[in-house]
Design a protein around this ligand. Structure first.
Ligand code: 13P
Ligand code: ZN
Length: 274
């Protein structure tokens, strides 16, 4: 099968374009990766032309021999839909989880996203935590969440609670909460380690003054998660723009009642009295 005809490639391209249309991907901002299923690799591997091995910059032994579809470094999300072969690539991880090689794509040269260490370390953590179910890691420059990182304390419990309060669906969509990474230099192992540590507990991590990482089982769930968190942040920005305090809100007891009916476990650490 031609690579571009494969359903997982079509889904990846659509998600990248959806993110562009949301306004989360100025210039080359953001990146996306998908851990390809063995049967999907089989269906397209006749097209693979492996290039030379390169260091990942970190170690992901549990991802040995896995294949990923990834956006290219410096590539624009708005171009993925019109020139996918130039904008994205498939990489293979070696048997030790320390090197990768491009086997398809980036036809005009280049390399996978500079955030590859964060993507792969997050994939490793989430693959283990979900028994293999999570396959998508998404990084976007979500405007309202970024704005909030200038005014809220950079604490998991504050971001989780404030975003839960802004839309009733939020605690159902991200019941485990949200982690926050303080400002760090992007693109390297250090921020990857900090993010993947939070991803052991959460499906979403905020990078202060930068953006967000989300993890999920498929493109719909992961895009939907990013969209829900960012929408909630937009409501909070609007609310704070009208007045500094809420006149009424969803209370800790309301959350407990919701958790019972919707059969989600909401950790008490986020249901503190203010
Ligand atoms: P890349 O173009 O290397 O993917 O980087 C974009 C980005 O958002 C860095 O955090
Ligand atoms: Zn970024």
């Amino acid at each position: 099968m031609k690579i571009l005809d494969a359903e997982f490639v079509q889904g990846f391209i659509r998600m990248a374009n959806d993110g562009w249309e949301q306004g989360w991907h100025e210039r080359n901002g953001g990146n996306l990766s998908y851990r390809i299923k063995p049967e999907e690799v089989e269906s397209v591997k006749e097209n693979f032309k492996p290039k030379e091995w390169q260091p990942i910059g970190t170690s992901v032994p549990k991802l040995a021999n896995e294949y990923f579809l990834v956006t290219g470094s410096g590539k624009y999300f708005r171009n993925v839909i019109i020139k996918p072969e130039d904008s994205i690539c498939i990489i293979e991880v070696d048997g030790k989880g320390e090197n990768y090689r491009i086997v398809w794509g980036l036809v005009n040269g280049g390399r996978p996203t500079s955030e590859l260490p964060s993507h792969l370390m997050n994939h490793e953590v989430k693959m283990v935590a979900s028994n293999g179910a999570h396959r998508v890691i998404y990084h976007a420059h979500t405007t309202n969440v970024i704005a909030l990182t200038f005014v809220l304390p950079l604490e998991d419990k504050v971001f989780t609670r404030e975003l839960w309060e802004m839309a009733t669906e939020c605690p159902v969509v991200f019941p485990d909460g949200i982690g926050v990474v303080p400002w760090m230099v992007p693109g390297g192992r250090e921020i990857a380690v900090a993010t993947s540590e939070l991803m052991k507990k959460y499906d979403v991590a905020i990078w202060a003054h930068h953006g967000m990482f989300a993890s999920g089982e498929d493109f719909d769930l992961t895009f939907g998660l990013m969209h829900t968190v960012e929408k909630s942040a937009e409501i909070l920005v609007k609310m704070l723009s009208m007045q500094p305090d809420k006149r009424q809100t969803i209370t800790p007891q309301n959350f407990r009642d919701l958790a019972g009916d919707f059969k989600v476990a909401l950790p008490e650490e986020f249901l503190y009295e203010k």
